[in-house]
Design a protein around this ligand. Structure first.
Ligand code: GCU
Length: 419
């Protein structure tokens, strides 16, 4: 697992603004025929063109194999002091048409819900180490399959461990979130697909992807994003949740995933990218920090085969990541960067938001309240929101506080209307 946080920078990586090459971004308000886009209807057509390009050139196409999902819910003991509820949902994804004969796969979704007699808005995101790391609740099950390597002595390689229970609570400040009336829903990303280069032989790829069908070149980020949509399918059936107010969020590679989930599933009411960097909110053409060549080399399973043809050819990609943000319009989007996270190119993340803003204005929305890269810890809460937190590549309580404020300011947590 290479990256800045592991102390590994490619020798060639740019970390100084003066070294950023001259580049020209694809214009966000020009359509495929080179015509200016002047209204939302024309933009909607362009969104379709862009989503198709992001699919074929980067994330890969989802297989059309039919599948079913069954749910089994289990109410765990509530937190005695606060009344916060914990619900564990086992999702069984199955198919009778799988290309490799495998029939089903089991995922677990954890819901942490404030006591409420109304359906609550929810932040939905994948976690890195298992649902049992998100809180200390003893009833939360450990993942059964592959997990990332453990950092504590004696941890078995790639097996979930009881010792990890509660260790990611700083990333999921569920007490603060539930006190503010929001719920948290989270699923372990490795339940959907292991984060390793297995030639798509495992996880949901094994279940649904036909190796003989080259048009289904679904890669891991796209599979994880699809898993988020399946979690939202469940949330739509749960009367404790206001499924019209589900914000999808993620940190780092899972921030890239949240952006793609939001782009491909219009049911997500808001989208939050935390330190998502290359392949997420950062502009490819700047080549600052992690580059296309580098991400494809170290994480070949994240994007499809065609994306590798853009190694060191960023200028040839038919789009850049500001257009991925634009594809989320007109929904509220919040992008968070961290000042020490140069690997993820904070300025490039900011510029994506800035260059997506004209699309929001087509919908009569205020767009983005910033024109210059802001100082640290000065959040902007316009419909396109942004902050540069001081400190490292992480998702911390500070970030969540801003996500909560932004969500509230853009209608999440407002009572349901009878439309
Ligand atoms: C590495 C990788 C990044 C990714 C990050 C993470 O640093 O290069 O693209 O965002 O890991 O997911 O933590």
């Amino acid at each position: 697992m290479l990256g800045e946080q592991d102390g590994v920078w490619g020798q060639e990586a740019i970390r100084d603004e003066a070294q950023v090459p001259a580049y020209k971004l694809p214009a966000v308000l020009v359509d495929a025929a080179g015509q200016p886009i002047t209204d939302a209807a024309a933009w909607e057509r362009q969104r379709g063109v862009l989503l198709e390009q992001f699919t074929t050139e980067m994330f890969g196409r989802r297989p059309s194999t039919p599948y079913e999902v069954g749910y089994e819910t289990e109410e765990l003991t509530a937190d005695a002091a606060s009344g916060v509820r914990f619900k564990q949902v086992t999702m069984t994804v199955s198919t009778e048409h799988g290309p490799t004969g495998r029939q089903s796969q089991r995922w677990r979704l954890l819901l942490i819900l404030p006591p409420s007699d109304q359906p609550v808005p929810v932040f939905l995101g994948l976690n890195f180490q298992g649902n049992h790391t998100v809180c200390e609740h003893p009833g939360v099950a450990l993942p059964e399959g592959w997990v990332r390597r453990h950092e504590f002595p004696g941890g078995q390689e790639h097996r979930a461990a009881e010792e990890m229970r509660g260790t990611a609570q700083h990333r999921w400040p569920w007490r603060m979130i539930t006190e503010q009336g929001f719920g948290v829903a989270t699923m372990y990303y490795g339940d959907i697909d292991a984060d390793e280069d297995d030639q798509f032989a495992g996880g949901v790829h094994q279940l649904l992807r036909d190796p003989a069908d080259p048009s289904a070149d679904w890669a891991s980020i796209s599979a994880w994003a699809w898993g988020l949509s399946r979690a939202l399918d469940y949330l739509e059936t749960d009367s404790a949740v206001n499924a019209k107010q589900v914000a999808v969020l993620g940190h780092s590679r899972l921030g890239k995933t949240a952006l793609w989930a939001g782009a491909t599933d219009p049911r997500f009411a808001a989208i939050i990218s935390n330190n998502s960097g290359c392949g997420g909110a950062a502009l490819h053409r700047r080549r600052f920090g992690e580059t296309v060549a580098r991400i494809n080399q170290v994480f070949p399973h994240w994007f499809n085969a065609r994306f590798k043809t853009y190694n060191d050819r960023e200028d040839q990609i038919p789009f850049d990541q500001h257009q991925l943000i634009a594809c989320l319009s007109p929904r509220p989007v919040y992008v968070a960067s961290a000042s020490e996270d140069l690997w993820a190119d904070p300025r490039g993340e900011f510029l994506s938001v800035l260059h997506a803003a004209p699309v929001y204005q087509l919908y009569g929305e205020e767009g983005f309240g910033l024109t210059e890269f802001p100082p640290v810890n000065s959040p902007c809460f316009t419909r396109l929101g942004y902050h540069l937190r001081s400190g490292p590549h992480e998702i911390l309580e500070y970030d969540w506080q801003q996500f909560l404020s932004h969500a509230r300011q853009h209608g999440l947590g407002q009572p349901l209307t009878n439309e």
